[in-house]
Design a protein around this ligand. Structure first.
Ligand code: ADP
Length: 332
C-alpha cells in the first residue's frame, strides 16, 4: 500500500483482443471519474506507453462502446516493452503523463509487463481478457463466453449441412494451450470427439472406432472438434484438413474441415462478458484507489478476487475432467 491517493489512472488493452474489452475500458473510466480520478486511455497496449500515445477519457468518450467487440483503444504486441529499458521508458512516460496507476486488459504476456511496471513504481492491475480462457488464476476470462457462443453458432450450422449429407465435419476452434472452447463447444454442439492440447488422444480409438460404433447405432453424421493447440503443439499431428482426409479414408464417411479462426475473436460481447468486464473494471479501480497495485483480478468460485501478479501467473490451469467425461459419455 502506498500512502498517496491515485490521481490519474491509465487504461490499455494488450495482446490478443477479446469481446468485452470495451466494457472493461468503460467501467474503469466511469468508476474512476466518478471518484474524482482522471483517466487516460493508452493506445495499442504497451506501444502507447513507448510512444506516449494516449488521450484523456471522459464519461462521454466511452459512450456507445459497451456493445462493441474489439477494442476502441486498439491493441498491439510491443517487443520493445519486454526489455528492462522498455519498461523504464514506459515508467518515465507514465510519470510524464501523470499516470500513477494503470489497468492492463490482456493475457499472461501483458500481465508480465504489468508486473515489471509495478516493480518500477507504477501500480498496475491486470484484467483477464482472452477468448481462450487460458488464465490459470481465473475460472473465466472476458471474451470466452462470446467466443464460445460464436463457435457454437458456427458448429450448429455445420451440423445442419453435415446431417443433410451424412458427412463428418472436422472443426478447428481456437485454444493454443487450453481446450476450453473445444470442450465447452463439444458439449454444447454434441461433438463425437473433442481433441484438446491438454490430453493425449488416439485417433484410432477416439475417432475411427467411435465413428464405426456410432454408425452401427444408425447415426451417419459427425462433428469432431479440434483445438488449435493440438496441431500447434504436436508437430506430428495432422491439421484439420489432413484429419478430415484421414477420417474419410478410414471410415468411408465424406469428411470436410472448417477452421473457424478469427471469427471467434469478434462480435458483440455476450451479457456474461459485459457484466464480468464491468465488475472487474470497477474492482480494479477500487484496488488502485486503496493504493494497491501489482495484482491480477480473477474469478474464483464465482467471486471476483485478486492475486499478486506473480502468484497468479504461477498457478496451474487444469482441464475440467468432469466436463471431458460428460462430453465423452454422451457423444455416442
Ligand atoms: P497476451 O497478453 O494476450 O498473453 P502477449 O504474450 O503477446 O499477449 O503479450 C502482450 C504484450 O505484453 C507483449 O507484446 C509485450 O509488450 C508485453 N509482454 C509480454 N511478455 C512480457 C514480459 N515477459 N515482460 C514484459 N512485457 C511483456
Amino acid at each position: 500500500m502506498s500512502g498517496k491517493k491515485v490521481q490519474t489512472i491509465g487504461v490499455l488493452t494488450s495482446g490478443g483482443d477479446a469481446p468485452g474489452m470495451n466494457a472493461a475500458i468503460r467501467s474503469v473510466t466511469r468508476t474512476a471519474l466518478n471518484r474524482g480520478i482522471r483517466v487516460k486511455g493508452v493506445y495499442k497496449g504497451f506501444q502507447g506507453l513507448m510512444d506516449s500515445s494516449m488521450q484523456d477519457l471522459s464519461i462521454r468518450s466511452v459512450s456507445n462502446i459497451l456493445h462493441e467487440g474489439g477494442t476502441t483503444l486498439f491493441t498491439a504486441r510491443c517487443p520493445e516493452f519486454i526489455s528492462d529499458a522498455g519498461v523504464e521508458k514506459g515508467m518515465q512516460n507514465c510519470k510524464a503523463a501523470g499516470i500513477d496507476g494503470l489497468v492492463v486488459c490482456g493475457g499472461d504476456g501483458s500481465f508480465r509487463g504489468a508486473r515489471d511496471l509495478s516493480l518500477k513504481g507504477i501500480p498496475c492491475i491486470g484484467i483477464p481478457c482472452t477468448i481462450d480462457n487460458d488464465i490459470s488464476s481465473s475460472e473465466y476470462t472476458i471474451g470466452f463466453d462470446t467466443a464460445l457462443r460464436t463457435a457454437m453458432d458456427c458448429i450448429d450450422r455445420l451440423r445442419d449441412t453435415s446431417q443433410s449429407h451424412d458427412r463428418c465435419s472436422v472443426v478447428e476452434v481456437m485454444g493454443r494451450h487450453c481446450g476450453d472452447i473445444a470442450i465447452h463447444a463439444g458439449i454444447a454442439c454434441g461433438a463425437l470427439t473433442v481433441l484438446v492440447p491438454e490430453l493425449k488422444f488416439d485417433l484410432e480409438r477416439d475417432i475411427i472406432k467411435k465413428m464405426n460404433n456410432t454408425m452401427t447405432n444408425g447415426k451417419h453424421h459427425f462433428i469432431i472438434i479440434v483445438a488449435e493447440g493440438v496441431t500447434h503443439l504436436d508437430s506430428n499431428f495432422m491439421n484439420a484438413h489432413e484429419l478430415a482426409a484421414y477420417i474419410e479414408k478410414e471410415t468411408g464417411v465424406e469428411s470436410r474441415a472448417t477452421v473457424l479462426g478469427h471469427i471467434q475473436r469478434g462480435g458483440t460481447p455476450s451479457p456474461r462478458d459485459r457484466i464480468l468486464a464491468a465488475h472487474m473494471g470497477h474492482y480494479s479501480v477500487e484496488l488502485l484507489e486503496k493504493g494497491i497495485g501489482n495484482r491480477l483480478v480473477a474469478v474464483q468460485d464465482g467471486k471476483i478476487v485478486d492475486f499478486d501478479i506473480l502468484e497468479g501467473l504461477s498457478m496451474k490451469k487444469t482441464v475440467d475432467s468432469d466436463l471431458v467425461r460428460v462430453c465423452n459419455e454422451i457423444s455416442i
